[in-house]
Structure formats: structure tokens, C-alpha cells
Design a protein around this ligand. Structure first.
Ligand SMILES: Nc1ncnc2c1ncn2[C@@H]1O[C@H](COP(=O)(O)OP(=O)(O)O)[C@@H](O)[C@H]1O
Ligand SMILES: Cc1ncc(C[n+]2csc(CCOP(=O)(O)OP(=O)(O)O)c2C)c(N)n1
Ligand SMILES: [Mg+2]
Length: 319
């Protein structure tokens, strides 16, 4: 099979239960009695999702955070998690558990169980986590399929920090040490926002988290929803650290929009909800920005200072 896309396509014939959302969403959505259970599973693999040199506690944090990010995008509040641990060196494993404990406490997601295995000598390690959350009570669980013409496109936080943070962690980026440290922290310790996601759920049409890259994930909403989306490159929020290190020119913006590992929320909402969205974000102490618009039609277009900008060859990360 050619890769991630082909495999997931083939799996759709098996995962026909409506709760699977046709394997076209961030999480499964299972109605149980009057409640909605939201379920997701993400894995981190050495040398693919984290560096062997990353501190063990940060690897555990990332494992928890990438899963909480999927719950957040569905407006779900964490309920608990199960994880699978590949045994390693004793000290490293101990530090990993400290990070796991810290992250589970931070996101109020108790560890409920899991599994432990040993990989063959020398094999890279991987850690999987299944997160469960409770979906919103008074509205539908936001999907990738509900963007509508006239919607505004929004993102939370800033984009591209983790991508540069990887370069900082690899030592291939130069700049003021405090900025490099801030960028590396974005890479190692993503900060998803479950309270913001839950508060936004009633106000949005489509919502997902950005894991593979802003452009590719926006293209996924456009395709799933059967709409056209136009992104204004200059409206994409960039951190001061990213601007200071890169200068913030259009090439750096494009790199930020395609790097991935952001774990921010990407959502569309009707313009009449804009004031409530800004108030909601302020209450949650989070920043949000309008970066584009939804129209009838299909596909993704990029605009820079009013002029069309050709899409980069690579819109984001692909396995
Ligand atoms: N091995 C698998 N078995 C079943 N479903 C899968 C598998 N791999 C991916 N999926 C599903 O495919 C969809 C897209 O996957 P992915 O890109 O990993 O989602 P996300 O970015 O939200 O973590 C999701 O619905 C996910 O549950
Ligand atoms: C060592 C290393 N190289 C490259 C990356 C970049 N990267 C790897 S996977 C990924 C996308 C997110 O991972 P994925 O498994 O696709 O998560 P999902 O989309 O399922 O949430 C990115 C941006 C990284 N995080 N670490
Ligand atoms: Mg992915």
C-alpha cells in the first residue's frame, strides 16, 4: 500500500459504524445514553515525532498533548486515557513517567490503564495513547465537514513555532537563545486548549486541530465540507520569536503554514459569531485570528497582500 492516505482509504470499508465518522475526522464520536464519548488514538515514534535527544519528560508530554489536541478540536473535555509504553533505559523511563504524570495533571486527564512491551534491541521506540473525552452537551460535536460559504476561517495561537523549534532542537537554527528556547518548547511541549475548544463548539461550523500543517489541514476541511477556502497569508498569526528569527518574510510564512506540529485549533464560523468567538477566546486567555474565508466551490487558494500566491508543492507533513 502506497502510504497513509491509501491505508486509511482501505480502512473505510471496515470502519463503517457511524461513530467512526468515515475515518475523516479527528476522533470517533460515540453516543452512549444521553452522553457523547469522543475517542482518539495517536502515537509518537522516535525520530518521526520526537528526537532521541529530546528529554524523556517532554516526549511523554507530547504524547498526552497531541491526543488532548484531538479532543479539544471536537469540543470534548478529557475524561481519561490508556497508553502503551515501549520499555527503555531505566532512568529515561522514570523521567518519562514524571512527564506523563505532569501532563495528565495539567490536562486533568487521569491515566486509567495501558500496556507495556519491550522492542527488539536497537529498534526505535513508540508510545501510543488512547484519550477519551466527553463531547459538548448542547450542540453537535464539531466535524471537518460543516464549513459553509460565508464562514470566516480562524486559528488559535500562533503558527509555525514548532516547525522552527525542531530546527532549534537540532541545532540548525541561529538566533537569540531565548527565542530558540521558546520555539523548541513549542516543539517539545505542545499546549492544546480543551477549554477553548469546548467553549467554541456551539459557535463554530467546522473545527479540527492542526497537526500536519495549516495549509494541508485547511485543504482537508475544504475537501470534507465541499467548499472553497481562501487563506490570507499575511493574516496568519506568527509569534514574536518566529518573526525575530526568520524576519517574517513570505517564505518564512509559507514554511510556518506547512510545518505542522502546531496543535492549535482551526475552525470556521459564520461572521455573526465573530464577537462571541473573540469574547470566548479572551475568557479562556487564548488568542484567535481570522485568516480567511469560505466560499462556494472547492479547493484551497492562498492570497498575499491582495495578490494570488501559488500554493507550495508540499502543503504539510505526510507519512
Ligand atoms: N490504523 C487505523 N485504523 C483505523 N482508523 C485509522 C487508522 N489510522 C488512521 N485512522 C483514522 O483516519 C483518520 C485520519 O487519521 P489522522 O490523520 O491520524 O487523524 P488525526 O490527524 O486527527 O490524528 C482518523 O479518523 C483516524 O481515526
Ligand atoms: C524528529 C521529527 N521530525 C519531523 C517532525 C515533524 N512531524 C512529524 S509527524 C508530524 C505531523 C503530525 O503527526 P501525525 O502522526 O501525522 O499526527 P496526526 O496527524 O495523526 O495527529 C510532523 C509535523 C517531528 N515532529 N519530529
Ligand atoms: Mg497526521
Amino acid at each position: 500500500m502506497a502510504g497513509e492516505f491509501a491505508l486509511i482509504h482501505a480502512l473505510r470499508a471496515i470502519a463503517t459504524d457511524p461513530a467512526a465518522r468515515a475515518l475523516a475526522d479527528d476522533a470517533a464520536v460515540l453516543a452512549i445514553g444521553g452522553e457523547t464519548l469522543v475517542l482518539t488514538l495517536d502515537t509518537v515514534v522516535e525520530s518521526v515525532h520526537y528526537l532521541a535527544t529530546d528529554p524523556a519528560a517532554d516526549v511523554a508530554w507530547k504524547l498526552v498533548a497531541v491526543n488532548v489536541s484531538d479532543l479539544s478540536a471536537k469540543g470534548a473535555i478529557p475524561l481519561g486515557c490508556l497508553y502503551s509504553h515501549a520499555l527503555g533505559e531505566e532512568e529515561w523511563d522514570r523521567a518519562f513517567l514524571e512527564g506523563l504524570d505532569e501532563a495528565c495533571r495539567h490536562f486533568a486527564m487521569p491515566l486509567l490503564g495501558g500496556d507495556t512491551v519491550r522492542m527488539p534491541e536497537g529498534a526505535p521506540r513508540s508510545f501510543s495513547l488512547t484519550a477519551l473525552g466527553t463531547g459538548p452537551k448542547d450542540c453537535a460535536v464539531p466535524s471537518r465537514t460543516a464549513a459553509k460559504p460565508r464562514d470566516q476561517v480562524w486559528v488559535s495561537g500562533t503558527i509555525g513555532d514548532a516547525g522552527l523549534g525542531l530546527a532549534a532542537a537540532l541545532g540548525t537554527l541561529t538566533g537569540p537563545p531565548e527565542h530558540l528556547a521558546a520555539l523548541a518548547a513549542h516543539y517539545r511541549r505542545p499546549m492544546p486548549k480543551p477549554r477553548l475548544g469546548a467553549a467554541l463548539a456551539p459557535l463554530v461550523h467546522a473545527m479540527m486541530d492542526i497537526s500536519d500543517g495549516l495549509l494541508v489541514d485547511t485543504a482537508r476541511i475544504a475537501e470534507s465540507s465541499g467548499v472553497a477556502i481562501r487563506i490570507e497569508a499575511e493574516a496568519v498569526p506568527l509569534s514574536l520569536a518566529l518573526q525575530a528569527v526568520t524576519g517574517g518574510a513570505i517564505e518564512a510564512r509559507i514554511a510556518a503554514m506547512t510545518a505542522g506540529d502546531d496543535y492549535e485549533l482551526l475552525f470556521t464560523a459564520p461572521p455573526e459569531n465573530a464577537v462571541s468567538i473573540r469574547e470566548t477566546a479572551e475568557k479562556a486567555n487564548c488568542s484567535v485570528a481570522v485568516i480567511g474565508t469560505v466560499d462556494a466551490g472547492g479547493g484551497l487558494t492562498l492570497v498575499h497582500q491582495g495578490k494570488p500566491l501559488p500554493l507550495p508543492e508540499r502543503l504539510g507533513y505526510q507519512h
